[in-house]
Design a binder for this molecule. Sequence first.
Ligand SMILES: Nc1nc2c(ncn2[C@@H]2O[C@H](COP(=O)(O)OP(=O)(O)OP(=O)(O)O)[C@@H](O)[C@H]2O)c(=O)[nH]1
Length: 762
Amino acid sequence: MIQNSMIWGRFLSAGLQSCRCRVRCPVQRHYSFLPDDVKSLRAVVNPDVSKIRNIGIMAHIDAGKTTTTERMLYYSGYTRALGDVDDGDTVTDFMAQERERGITIQSAAVTFDWKNHRINLIDTPGHVDFTLEVERALRVLDGAVAVFDASAGVEAQTLTVWRQAEKHHIPCVCFLNKMDKPTANLSFSIESIKQKLKANPVLLQIPVGSGKSFTGVVDLLTNQKLIWKLKSQRDDGRGFEVKSLGPADDPELLQVVGEARTALIEQVADLDDAFAELLLTDFSDNFDAVPAIRLQEAVRRVTLARKGVPVLCGSSLRNKGVQPLLDAITAYLPAPSERHHDLVKWYKDDLCALAFKVLHDKQRGPLVFLRIYSGTLKSQTAVHNINRNNTERMSRLLVPFADQHVEIPSMPAGNIALTVGLKQTVTGDTIVSSKAAAAAAARRARSDGGTGKKRGEEAGVVLSGVEVPDPVFFCTIEPPTMAKQADLENALTCLQREDPSLKVRVDPDSGQTVLCGMGELHIEIIHDRIRREYGIETHLGPLQVAYRETILQEARTSDTLDRTVGGRRHVVTVELSVRPEVATSAGASCDVAFTDELQGQLSPDMREAVENGVQSSYLQGPLLGYPIQGVSTLIQSVSTEAGTSPAMVSACVSRCMLKAFRLAGGKLLEPLMSLEVTVSEDRLSAVLADLAQRRGTVRDIQSRHDDKVLLATVPLAEMMGYSTVLRTVTSGNATFSLELDTYEAMNPQEQSSLLKRRAGLL
Ligand SMILES: Nc1nc2c(ncn2[C@@H]2O[C@H](COP(=O)(O)OP(=O)(O)OP(=O)(O)O)[C@@H](O)[C@H]2O)c(=O)[nH]1
């Protein structure tokens, strides 16, 4: 049974007290490099691009990403003491809340060297509320390490993140962590990588010993045994024994290794033609004699082509297996020059970089993390921000060694840099050397694409922004006094620059500020940060679910607006029809079309005005003012008298749309969540009974060791406070994850009681 006090969804019901607060105070970190070392660091600050690895670590919450990162930093020599999430002194979880709660909230970039390679590593969060952070990190990375709890195999969030990595074609290495747990299971984990991720695991190591007696691994490429003979709990695992396997070794182990190595060679030969040819020509008598380096080269090609994923195992907490993982990062994951980016072709030697993270530092102001795709970034220079169409001066350039930042004068393509002085830049912006350079790149992109303007200008020069999912929760936020309103607005502006998934709007009726976020934890963290970082004690209103609205049937109507403003008469008549679209998925959008006849008649200005009117009416449905989805609008006719302004046309279209919505009749759509609960068998019935009361639908119940894994869908509105209830009914023996699945029509009774509640009738 997975008995984990750190329930995956433990924060949902929230209240800060429900979080994992195992730390009394943040511990001061000490770094192993003294000023001299910093000098030597500067010497290697710009390594050859082939030696750079921009790597992300991704996983389900609690799989051990942070612990693994800490070991990497320690073994690479950049930290003097081993950080421990349970003690709250990790480098990457550097925000106060992260240290206190022991979770990774924001991805932090850390830079270190390993065996002549520069590794820029982004630690990504595992909680679904912070999926956007993972997405943001992934798109600037060249490779990723997926960390798994070897007793649980592939868990819900890993699946989500894996899909994101696939979207960005990122080669991965898998690390089966927690091999020291009695329930760790290599073949189960491998099978779950195959089944759930639909990936092709290439097993490179065999564990030696299991559970508490897990001592190390056999490297299947070299047939060497790597054993960590730790003398005490405090032994840091820096040293380990490397011995070739021999006849004196356990016969069972020899047999397992022999079979696994043969399977590895055959698998790689199947995936890589060059390796298959080598085997058949030079080693046809004895495949086993193929040199380790040839096998390694082939595994690298397989990984880069994303035909397979190397799998290694270890236990980060017990300090075993992390050094071979670092070797695997440098051996199998790609250098920036091995990844294909159109931008490099279009910008050539001109600077092009993407801002993928903004942090606010009290002393230095906004710190912007940039991934440099082409050209060189230099300190004390002006750069052009394509998205904002402005030019800013960058004062300093830093290498982000976690909370130690080393200043450097310039940084070439392929690197990740931290810049000071960019005050307007927002996460997702593209930074280039000048407007002229952007125009030149646009020209190259156009001639390259051949199909005209759009491709070059939109897809090429301005990097596509991170897809920001729609928020599912919202609540009002109020400052303690009106005098603090301006401070609150400033804090929210700063936080939004860091976190595009946070939306802030002003309720048009009440004038109140409304926070919209990805989950209860997300909003709670924002609330907490406003208090800690900006010193404002705000009051949050009750958390509400972000519903959607759609229409029931087709409707056609017309409207005329006749208004005189400032002595000028505006007259416009619009006729349009609205029609429901079948799809009600989370992404189902609304569209607008014109009849063929109108297409030719309308001037571009009028067309834009009509579209604006339709789009603004999609933002607020007639039932409760939630956004409309799954509707298509056809504009049948538009007639205006001379002198009518486009703003009046938009206003008339919006009014006509509202009339059409009312005629068509509306219904509410509610967010439906995918729920995965892992629970011991004896508590399953209690979880099912609770779920039945929450309008949940059970999709499947699977077995995992002694546990049951329950897969269900359940309306988000029923999930408030779920972690507390789950903890109570299972005595803390369950974990859960929750993710937006789709939007679904509410049943008529639920809808009617919600409408009555909102109207104050219930
Ligand atoms: N038994 C065992 N426990 C481990 C191992 N690695 C990490 N842990 C424990 O697992 C828990 C989670 O570890 P973290 O490193 O915080 O995991 P994470 O994936 O970074 O979690 P988030 O940042 O919250 O997403 C902690 O209590 C660790 O001590 C391991 O190799 N073996």
